[in-house]
Structures are given as structure tokens and as C-alpha cells.
Design a protein around this ligand. Structure first.
Ligand SMILES: Cc1ncc(COP(=O)(O)O)c(C=O)c1O
Length: 285
């Protein structure tokens, strides 16, 4: 397995050799945004969509002067320097290094870091076919989860609660008991043949996989509703599945102490999983 290979401002180096200032604003304030992309057989999946979300995240927090075409070229050069086959890329831009003051520094050069590493899908792949367990957990995140920022402490705490319950994910609920999303995934439910997911708002990330599946579901002609989903409803769904760049489509068969449907991945989840697999295969043709 090749060691993770980083690219810091255009210079490639082993990830373990990357050095970042202790005054970097990403480190001190979480003043940074990021993307994670999957590489299948050397090709980046949904690259344009991820780069567009990165552009939007940067604009929303007013980090200016990042040349995304150059960053994309660096990403391709780093992948090509591999050999990387089944891999992922992590892309990170912070506001840069400056004396520690909360307000934006007058002069700071954004930090542009990425790295490519092999991705072992085996454990998740097994669960795609037998289903997985999740918990529900309060959503204590900030009000702009539509920005893919590195402020992930609330996500970390929710995911740790899931890990302690031997679950893979935490489905997050808001104070009004409607669901937002999961700690590092989007999710869908199915009831009576209708696929449902939370509508995009400021308190959920516009997941690239979520949006890909919404388009796919519409193309197939399956009924789809984007609307608030209550926590109580979750326990009466026929099917629930997570989705995300690395989880792809991951059926859920247990939520807290309740079984979803008959305890096996449902037909709609499996159909969308198969469609995702097929779309990825077409990428590498
Ligand atoms: C909070 C959150 N929601 C959803 C997702 C899934 O997004 P994507 O499909 O773009 O990977 C992620 C991915 O990291 C996430 O962190």
C-alpha cells in the first residue's frame, strides 16, 4: 500500500512530513473548509461537484484568492504520482497563518493542503449487503452546516457516541425533534415506496452523494419527497439508508434498539446501491 502523499502549496511530500504553523487559523479557530473525494481505479468521482461545493464554502466564509483550477491540477499530479487505485483525496484550505486574533487578518495567504491515500472499503462493503446500525443523537452543531467547515467537534462527539454503542453513525435530531442528517453522512428513508430525505437548509450539508441520488431517483421515476422527517417517523420506516462519499449507499437495519423493516437491507436501498455501483463502473470505462 503506498504511503499517503501530500501536496502543500504545490510541493509533494509524505503526509507525515507536512508541517503547519501553530498559528494557522484552521488549527486555532477551525477557520478552514475541506472536501473529501473518492478515487475509483485512479479516477476522481464527482470531482466537478466537489470543487463547486469547495468554491461555495470558500466564498461563504470569505477566503479569497484560492485558484481552484491550480488546486485541481495539483490534486491530479499527486494522484498520478501514486500509484493509487482505490483511494481518497482530502483537500483542505484554511485562511492561513497570522497572529491570533478572532477577526480576519489583513494579510494572510490561504493554506492549501491536500493528500491522497489508499482507501480500504472492505469493512463498509460487507455492511452494504447486511445493513448497519445507527443511533439517534441530538444535533448540537452550529447554524451553518451547509458550509463544509472543519469545525467538526459536535460531529466528533456524536460519532463517538455511535462508536460506543457499536453503531457506525449517529442520525442527528434538532430541538424540534426533526432530523437533520448524520455525523458524516446524509440519509434517506423509504415509506410505502416513497423515498424521503430532509430538504436542503442551512443546517445540513448539501451532500454530493445525496444530490447524486436525488437526481438518480428522479431519473428512475421513483417518488421522492424532500421534507422534514421527524425522529418518531424514523422508527416506522420500511427502509433507511446512509449515503456519502466513502459510505456510498449504506442500508441501515437497526436504529437505537429498533429494527428497521424486516432487519435486512430493503429493495429500494439495494436498487440505489446497485445503480451507484454501476455509475462508478461507467466512470472508469
Ligand atoms: C455532516 C455531513 N453530512 C453529509 C456528508 C456526506 O456528504 P458527501 O456525499 O458530499 O460526502 C458528509 C461527508 O463528509 C458530512 O460530513
Amino acid at each position: 500500500m503506498p504511503a499517503p502523499l501530500a501536496n502543500l502549496h504545490g510541493t509533494m511530500m509524505a503526509l507525515e512530513d507536512v508541517k503547519i504553523s501553530a498559528q494557522d487559523r484552521g488549527f486555532l479557530f477551525g477557520d478552514a473548509v475541506y472536501e473529501v473525494m473518492r478515487i475509483y481505479r485512479g479516477k476522481v468521482w464527482l470531482e466537478a461537484e466537489h470543487m463547486e461545493r469547495l468554491r461555495r464554502s470558500l466564498a461563504e466564509i470569505r477566503i479569497h484568492g484560492v485558484d481552484l483550477d491550480r488546486l485541481t491540477r495539483r490534486m491530479h499530479e499527486t494522484i498520478a504520482a501514486g500509484p493509487f487505485g482505490e483511494a481518497m483525496v482530502y483537500l483542505h484550505v484554511s485562511r492561513g497563518t497570522a497572529p491570533r486574533k478572532h477577526a480576519f487578518p489583513k494579510q494572510a495567504t490561504p493554506l492549501e493542503l491536500l493528500w491522497v491515500q489508499d482507501y480500504d472499503d472492505a469493512a463498509t462493503a460487507r455492511h452494504r449487503h447486511i445493513g448497519t446500525k445507527v443511533i439517534t443523537h441530538p444535533d448540537i452543531r452550529w447554524g451553518r452546516c451547509d458550509i463544509k467547515s472543519t469545525n467538526l467537534l459536535a460531529n466528533v462527539l456524536a460519532n463517538q457516541a455511535a462508536a460506543e454503542a457499536e453503531a457506525v453513525e449517529a442520525l442527528l435530531y434538532l430541538p424540534d425533534e426533526t432530523m437533520s442528517e448524520a455525523s458524516h453522512s446524509s440519509f434517506f428513508t423509504v415509506k410505502g415506496g416513497v423515498v424521503q430525505t430532509t430538504a436542503l437548509r442551512a443546517n445540513i450539508l448539501p451532500g454530493i452523494t445525496r444530490n447524486f441520488l436525488v437526481d438518480l431517483i428522479r431519473k428512475i421515476g421513483m417518488p421522492l419527497e424532500e421534507r422534514p422527517i421527524s425522529r418518531a417517523e424514523l422508527f416506522h420506516c420500511d427502509e433507511v439508508f446512509l449515503c456519502g462519499t466513502t459510505s456510498e449507499v449504506l442500508p441501515v437495519v437497526r436504529i437505537d434498539d429498533c429494527t428497521v423493516g424486516d432487519g435486512k437491507p430493503g429493495p429500494i436501498s439495494l436498487r440505489l446501491l446497485a445503480a451507484h455501483v454501476q455509475a462508478v463502473e461507467e466512470l472508469s470505462r
